[in-house]
Each structure stands twice: as C-alpha cells, then as structure tokens.
Write a protein that binds this ligand. Sequence first.
Ligand code: IMP
Length: 191
Amino acid sequence: MKLVFATHNKNKFNEVQRLLPKHIELLSLDDIKSFEAIPETADTLEGNARIKADYVTQNFGYPCFADDTGLLVRALNGAPGVFSARYAGPNANANANMKKLLEALKGKQDRSAQFETVIALNLKTETKLFRASAPGKIITERKGVEGFGYDPIFMPDGFDKTFAELPIEVKNKISHRGKAISQLLTYLNTL
Ligand code: IMP
C-alpha cells in the first residue's frame, strides 16, 4: 500500500518511515511532486490536519496522513494554539515566537502549557483522527540547543530539562507528536 505523509520536513518523514510495517510504502509531498503550499485556513488543529490530508487525497489520489501541532498556554487562554507557527507574525521564526511568548508570560504565576498534535489519516473511504498531548511548563529563559520551535523554553512534566536539552529518543517517547504517531502506527499495523 502506498501512503503519503503530507510533509516536506525530511526529519519528520524519516522518523516515521523507519517505524512503518513493510507492506506500507511511505511517500512524501516531494515524492508525489506536490510542491504548492497547502493553505492551513482552519481555526483548529484537527481542521488543518484534515485540510492537508484531504488536499493530497483529492488532488493526487493517494491515501494520506497529515499532522498539525500547537502549543497551548493556560494563562493565555490556550494561545498561541493553532497559530503557534505564526505567533509573532506571518513569517516569524522560532526565536521571534519564543521572545513574544516569554514577554506575554512576564509576571504570570501560572506558566503551565501543553503541546497538542492531531493526525488526520484519510484512507479515501474514511478519515481517522489521532490526538495526543505533552503537558509541561514554559520556563523563563531558553535552555538547550536540540530540537526546534519552542523546545528551548518548554519543560515537560516530570523532567528538569527542556525538550531542547533532552536526547531526541527521550523527547520522542514523551512528546505530543511521538505519542500521536505511535497511535497511528498501531492502527496502520492492523490494516
Ligand atoms: P507543525 O504543525 O508541526 O508545523 O507545528 C506548528 C508549530 O508548533 C511549529 O512551527 C513549531 O513552532 C511548534 N512546534 C511543533 N512541534 C513542536 C515541538 O515538538 N517542539 C517545539 N515546537 C514545536
């Protein structure tokens, strides 16, 4: 079975490819020559994951899965949430996003937050959703150099290191995306 993972991110792709059963041939957006940016216009993670998976299935005919992730901060009523990638502006990078978040939390007592990932799997006949989260807190200054995005300021519950200080194998076991992918893999292994 050919299955598309709707991503251009090679790291994410390789990580998942290694874990798939042999009868599934995983293809990336580049493999199917899907080069246009897919507009993520929904206001929920689930909505955006569905848009990306449905776009590929409708335009290229393959079954497909897509993921969408957000960082939800309690003292900010769940912001930046679905807008995490663009928190500090449409072309914001991780540094600008972290800077804005640290400023927004200045003086706040409650620094609890969680990452959430939704994966939508469009199998043409039906769509399945997988959702997982990683609870933790936003610390007051950046620590660590691993990972990406908000990792240097996110400390998962039960650890005294940020995601950017933890080895990738540890992060993958406890992270929102790691847990959602493991649900997806369990399901794909039953097909
Ligand atoms: P995406 O849906 O995977 O593109 O993620 C949306 C945004 O959330 C990214 O631009 C990152 O800033 C942030 N993000 C997603 N996953 C992680 C993570 O594992 N660590 C830190 N930031 C993340």
